[in-house]
Design a protein around this ligand. Structure first.
Ligand code: FAD
Length: 273
């Protein structure tokens, strides 16, 4: 017989949604299991990490996990504008560090984290309601039963799909991102770049994470455009157009994301209340 566990809440996916849900519920004394298919939390990065300082503060995320931003610059091929604030309201996260910190907080509050645990299917009762999930683990199939099951599996949406709540995403974004070291980085200013030459159905961005390192990326809306974001990013890096022209000497440090996909919620598929 498959091994089985019983929890109050079973959360599928240890991304920011799953880890913060685990942290919040475990803090209230609820018995939580957080299941992640990868070998460790935040093994794959799926975001540029831009978020709001108000939300960062709500979770008491340490200051060494993010770079504050107070100037918001936008450019198109022929125009640019910067909106400056007196205080920083946005931030670029050190994504891996933040997500691991969140998961660690959840664990400190009593949540059980299971990595290498790939959820494959749901378990339903006779009424058709979900009561658990089945996951592949290094020890074979394991069943996790819960009073509440949270699907935080991101683009894969394994639970929602198994329950028939969503089918396949009709619209989604695909993005690619590099981490680059450059001579002239303004650590308080981000750039959003719009127009065909940056992205035919989306935008490109430059998000600083320190006074010498930025994350530069291209996002493309699918299926509206067939452009490969990785190819467009390479072209942008080669041409050094727009704000890249002011970088001075620069070199690539890491390839963070390669045509990573994200969901775009559509009213007919998903309603968030
Ligand atoms: C190029 C790009 C840039 C982006 N930049 C930003 C940004 O700057 N700011 C922002 O807010 N958002 C950004 N996003 C969107 C970002 O990806 C989402 O906001 C965020 O990742 C959603 O978090 P999540 O926890 O819901 O899902 P995810 O981060 O996708 O996490 C899902 C987790 O579930 C796990 N999982 C999946 N399937 C299973 C399974 N079957 N069993 C067990 N575990 C499973 C995954 O391994 C993963 O750890 C960006 C997306 C892309 C593609």
């Amino acid at each position: 017989m498959d091994k089985e566990f019983h929890y109050d809440i079973v959360i599928v996916g240890a991304g920011p949604a799953g880890s913060s849900a685990a942290f919040s519920s475990a803090s209230k004394g609820i018995k939580v299991a957080l299941l992640e298919k990868e070998d460790s939390v935040a093994e794959t990065v799926r975001t540029s990490g831009v978020t709001w300082i108000q939300n960062i503060k709500e979770y008491k995320i340490p200051e060494d996990c993010y770079n504050p931003i107070k100037n918001y610059s936008f450019c198109s091929p022929n125009n640019e504008v910067t909106i400056s604030d007196t205080v920083a309201r946005a931030a670029v996260l050190d994504v891996r560090k933040t997500y691991r910190w969140l998961a660690q907080q959840a664990e400190n509050q009593g949540a059980d984290i299971f990595v290498k645990t790939n959820v494959k299917d749901v378990i339903k009762n006779q009424e058709g309601d979900i009561v658990g999930i089945v996951a592949n683990t290094p020890e074979g199939n394991v069943s996790f039963f819960g009073k509440i099951i949270i699907d935080a599996s991101g683009f894969g949406s394994i639970v929602s799909k198994s329950m028939g709540f969503v089918t396949q995403w009709e619209k989604f974004g695909a993005g690619a991102e590099y981490e680059v070291k450059a001579e002239n980085v303004d650590p308080q200013t981000w750039w959003l770049m719009v127009g065909q030459k940056y992205s035919p159905a989306g935008y490109a961005w430059i998000f600083p994470i320190s006074n010498e390192i930025v994350r530069i990326g291209v996002g493309v809306g699918k299926p509206d455009s067939s452009v490969d974001p990785t190819e467009r990013l390479k072209q942008l890096m080669d041409s050094k157009e727009g704000p890249l022209a002011d970088w001075g000497k620069s070199h690539l440090l890491n390839f963070i994301m390669d045509s990573f996909q994200m969901m775009v919620c559509q009213e007919k598929q998903y309603t968030i209340t």
